[in-house]
Design a protein around this ligand. Structure first.
Ligand code: HEC
Length: 120
């Protein structure tokens, strides 16, 4: 095996393990920074949009008193980790008509979703 092939194999292992090892502690920091102006983790703390407690397994647009779009209200969605990944990657593409404008980039999304899944 040439050195180049060995290096490539090592590199692809590093890249793929980085992609799968989501870090909820880092996700919490990124959530506070990127999402915290509009969402809280705590149902008692009211922000511009819904709190995230129990979001994995929760019906979309189901927090009382939150002004949701018709698109989200009629989506029929229940949030799962893969669905959150898809929505956060590009909300408008995942759900035309949604009023959430903010996406989470590739560097943060898996960590944020891993953190959201801890909010039971
Ligand atoms: C500028 C405010 C704003 C920011 C920042 C923001 N969101 Fe939102 N988010 C919204 C709004 C508004 C909605 C409601 C969308 C709709 O009704 O179509 C929403 C909806 C959601 C929902 C669905 C909630 C439910 O109750 O069904 C999730 C999940 C979500 N956002 C996650 C995030 C995450 C994670 C981040 C950070 C990467 C983030 N949001 C950043 C405004 C924001």
């Amino acid at each position: 095996m040439s050195l180049r092939i060995v290096l490539l194999a090592v590199l692809s292992t590093v890249v793929s393990s980085a992609a799968f090892a989501a870090d909820p502690a880092r996700g919490e920091k990124r959530f506070v920074a990127l999402c915290g102006s509009c969402h809280s983790a705590d149902p008692a703390v009211r922000k511009m949009s819904s709190h995230m407690k129990g979001i994995v397994g929760r019906k979309a647009a189901s927090v009382e008193g939150v002004a949701y779009s018709t698109a989200l209200k009629t989506s029929g969605w229940t949030w799962t980790k893969p669905l959150l990944e898809k929505y956060l990657a590009n909300p408008k593409k995942a759900l035309p008509g949604t009023t959430m404008m903010v996406a989470a980039g590739d560097a943060d999304r898996a960590d944020i979703v891993a953190y959201l899944a801890t909010l039971k």
